[in-house]
Design a protein around this ligand. Structure first.
Ligand code: BTN
Length: 243
């Protein structure tokens, strides 16, 4: 895998998208920056971390074998790869908060942003952006964030963690390409944060309600058993899990 190391860039996702517009970029090309000046998160949010202490990188995945409607599959494969890596480093209580926040206990330690890489109207490839908090100790104004260091008391070599993440990503894609997709679903569902536990949610219009996460649908909607025992499905814009 080719790794392009940068001291600083706006966003590794943006860098990799721009690069693939002008260059021929191989599958699994990685852009890793010590510092992002305009890191981007899900739902148009930002991703800000202390320079030099964490992993912020993006991986280019060619879409052969993937269709746009399999976006959620990709999401599951990446979440599982992060989970497996953190399990190797014995990070405690790792779960995946739907759709793809990686939690240790009740703290978020990793975020994933997968973007379509379009050239004109054509989908060329996917850019998988991963922000993993590794050695950062304080998260001002963000009490729900944490890092590997805060969860274990140990410092980690960033490159060692990155290499394991990349290997697990590659292995995850290879397993998907050769094995049944049900395996991916099964593993992902087993990792769901607060699955089977009564939880409070907020709907898109701000209303709160209670329910129990049961799993995800084939197209990646969250299945929640409501108080009247009905099973409802929600997409990301329709629901927020409060915890
Ligand atoms: C989230 O909101 O949870 C997703 C955060 C994704 C952050 C990563 S860091 C590397 C890549 N480049 C970005 O600008 N964002 C992603």
């Amino acid at each position: 895998m080719k790794i392009i190391k940068l001291d600083a860039t706006e966003s590794t996702n943006t860098f990799l998208k721009d690069l693939s517009r002008t260059d021929i970029v191989d599958d699994y090309t990685v852009v890793w920056a010590k510092h992002q000046t305009k890191g981007r998160g899900q739902m148009n949010g930002s991703w800000q971390t202390e320079p030099g202490k964490n992993l912020t990188f993006s991986v280019l995945k060619k879409i052969s074998g993937f269709q746009l409607d399999q976006h959620f599959m990709l999401n599951m494969i990446v979440s599982i790869a992060v989970f497996r890596t953190l399990a190797e480093f014995q990070i405690p209580k790792i779960k995946v908060k739907w759709p793809n926040d990686i939690m240790s206990g009740s703290k978020k330690i990793c975020g994933i942003l997968i973007e379509n890489n379009l050239v004109g109207a054509a989908l060329k490839s996917l850019v998988i952006g991963i922000g993993l908090n590794v050695n950062q100790t304080v998260f001002p104004g963000n009490p729900k964030a944490s890092s590997l260091f805060n969860q274990t008391g140990q410092m980690y070599d960033l490159e060692t963690v990155l290499q394991r993440l990349l290997q697990n990503l590659k292995l995850g894609f290879a397993q998907f390409e050769t094995g049944p997709s049900e395996d991916v679903f099964k593993e992902y569902q087993s990792l769901l944060f607060r699955k089977g536990i009564a939880s409070t949610f907020q709907s898109g219009n701000g209303k709160m309600f209670s329910g129990i996460i049961q799993g995800v649908s084939d197209d990646g909607r969250l299945r929640v058993q409501l108080e009247d025992d009905c099973l409802a499905e929600f997409d990301i814009k329709e629901i927020t899990l409060l915890y």
